[in-house]
Design a binder for this molecule. Structure first.
Ligand code: TMP
Length: 209
């Protein structure tokens, strides 16, 4: 495929949303035709899946149901959004992708051993792997301090405790260690402009921007 697929990953309050906003501005100013996706969501069907997973209070999904819903949304995203854009030669920026499932559902929720989850999910998504994964790494303790200062309503996953989020961090660390050539690890506790510069330089190693 002609384009390049870059994902941004990290735990709660790692600054991912802010950095994606800054990237959107950057690409707009440079008139670079990039496509941004966010998992789960982005299309009517996947937005519905997102609502079912994160805000469906009446009868919250079981952990394995949740896993399959994330994967269902991912398949839709890959086939209907990401691949067509890559065929057109675009830069595609994914706000979360399969590493989130490894970190949250395998390491965090402990649905199955991490290597089994890697095999399982890679089979489902036909080994479709990002060219670059930017991992905004933040200690969950700092993340919790950040969250306390933002008066937003937390979703079901964000309400899970510190131990859960420590395991999520371990899951991302595991993937970064397993695939060092794919991962760029960025210390997300640094000021946002510093983080942004590091993101740009990681991207520039793969593609001219
Ligand atoms: P967001 O905070 O980036 O909008 O992501 C929504 C939540 O969904 C976040 O708590 C992480 C979680 N999530 C998973 O647990 N597994 C996944 O595969 C994905 C994509 C997200």
């Amino acid at each position: 495929m002609k384009g390049i697929f870059i994902t941004l990953e990290g735990g709660e309050a790692c600054g991912k949303t802010t950095q994606i906003q800054m990237l959107k501005e950057y690409f707009k100013n440079k008139k670079i035709d990039a496509l941004f996706t966010k998992e789960p969501g982005g299309m009517p069907l996947t937005d519905e899946i997102r609502r079912l997973i994160l805000n469906y209070e009446i009868d919250p999904p079981l952990e394995k149901t949740e896993l399959l819903l994330y994967l269902a949304a991912r398949i839709e995203d890959i086939e209907k959004v990401i691949k067509p854009a890559l065929e057109e030669g675009k830069i595609v920026i994914g706000d979360r992708f399969n590493d989130s499932t490894i970190a949250y559902q395998a390491s965090g929720r402990q649905i199955m051993p991490i290597d089994d989850m890697i095999n399982f999910t890679e089979n489902i998504i036909d080994n479709f792997t990002p060219d670059l994964t930017i991992y905004l790494r933040l200690d969950p303790q700092i993340a919790f301090e950040r969250k306390k200062n933002i008066d937003l309503e937390l979703d079901r996953i964000e309400k899970a405790g510190l131990d859960f989020h420590r395991r999520v961090l371990e899951g991302f660390d595991y993937m970064a260690k397993k695939e060092p050539e794919r991962f760029a690890i960025i210390d997300a506790s640094k000021p946002k402009d510093v983080v942004f510069k590091e993101i740009l330089s990681a991207i520039r190693k793969k593609v001219e921007i």
